[in-house]
Design a protein around this ligand. Sequence first.
Ligand code: ADP
Ligand code: MG
Length: 596
Amino acid sequence: MDIIHLLPDSVANQIAAGEVIQRPASCLKELVENSLDAGSSSIQIIAQDAGTTLLQVIDDGKGMSETDARMAFERHATSKIQSASDLFSLRTMGFRGEALASIAAISKVEVLTRRSEDTLGTRLEIEASHVVEQEPSAAPIGTSIKVKDLFYNVPARRRFLKSEATELRNLLTDFHRIALVYPHVHFLFAHNDEVLYDLPMQNTKQRIDSIFKHKNKNLSQQLVSVQSQTAIVNISGFIGTPESANKNAQQYLFVNGRYMKHPYFHKAIMTAYSGMLHAEQSPSYFIYFDINPEAIDVNIHPTKTEIKFADEQYIWQILLAAVREALGKFNLAPSLDFDRNGEIEIPSFDTSRSQPVDAPRISINTNYNPFKQSSSYRPTIPSPKDWEQLYNGEHITSPQLDLLESDTQRFPTRALQVQNKYLIGSFDEGLLFIDQHRAHICIQYQAFRKKITQQQGVKQQLLFPETLDLSTNDATLLLSVLEDLQFAGFEITQLSRLTFSIDAIPADISGQNAAQVLLNILQAIAADSISTAEQRVHNIALSLAQATAIRAGKTLSESEITSLLSDLFALAEYTYTPDGKRIVSILTYEELGKRF
Ligand code: ADP
Ligand code: MG
């Protein structure tokens, strides 16, 4: 008698789940990474009992079709790679197609999802790998995945979980690692009905500050920016001043939007500080590597954070030089000595590759002025938490959370326009004052972001292509963002080294001076101290939004006001523009009453 048989999928998935999902935090990481891969600009995480009874992730990404929603839970089902060769050019966080199948094998999952092109969404319930319900359902655009009773059918794993406090810490650790790389995404994190984080769209430095300010309220003043652009790798980020080093330093390395552990690169940073630190004190650092995906290997175990680089020794030198340069610029380090070709002792990482090492190519900005604040950093923008104080209403904890319960009724649908500039509407608790230009920037920004990340920008061919003569700097910048611009709807051809022709523009900006809009984009990108793919999308979307948003001075019709209001309050973040300017101000009836 033959005795070998194939395991049922549910059993195979449960075994695989043991590898991928070890605790609630691994579940959070997989769900949030999926939301980011789906191009979301707002992600809400809701956990109960450290994620053991409930972990829900709600996004406003591209959503799934009915068939895809079901397919997503099959093992090795992915939309992100087609063949093995795609593994070498990964730009998404996920690619294995294992996460949802694994999660569904060991919990009760509820999905609600809708794409923008569909009028109805899909609701799906899965228990232990079996679909128990699937039906069309009204749903907001995006995806919500609820994971209930994690490990309910794997008692051994459940027992293996640590205390609630520890598992919550694990959730937050993974949350920080992701939120630090996506500062332009709004994140909300609520645990047991308490909002622990409500991070508006920010720049990287503000995001670092928002996440760690309760641990170290001076952190952002203690950070120095690091920048190095080379042929091999772009390095950007922030390092702590030597004086601020302490025993609980925050140390983070990221590559292409992914958190990584890299003891060898850590050593490079510590080497740059050598002689500057007291014993047992470490500096904080947040270093972001941007590198051709072909030069790294992330195809390792899903829960591991180690990543292999092809040019580890070169990068070691570049990193050391960049950190030294940053410390030196702020007059913190002894004189720079990295140009004494080859004299720096490089610890051997891989002895089989001990070929001589060329001097790193480092670009130094000679116009750099250390006394000028980095222009992309705006200090202390109040967070939407300030709404709580504005409301004074005890039952309201966070407007975002209220929205989550789809209580959009609270917001006005009509408003009075004054000075052709502001809208005044009323709601249960008081009066809302809205800046029409900023509100529209916010709406347009989200729309352009979607178009770029989902590569859906609509082109309008120009009858007479416009020629553009650029400086060397601008030409280099333009080439670096050409692809993102195409996704937005531009068609640009390089005619010679510094001359370009604009052949098509995003349909939404027709009527604008296309060349000027492009120059604004380049200026925004040049001013940003960090150049990641995410930041490029942000800058392009913001510049396009600024160019096309309704101006102050424009009279709006009643129906224009209504659609502006409904578009604005449908956004997850409607209190501040993506560059941190206040959109909405509130006068409560209580405050109003005090005036009489
Ligand atoms: P992977 O991320 O490795 O592709 P997953 O099991 O995590 O595998 O997800 C399977 C597929 O489900 C994804 O490739 C994607 O197409 C779809 N998907 C998962 N989560 C979302 C989401 N939040 N929004 C849109 N699509 C999603
Ligand atoms: Mg995934």
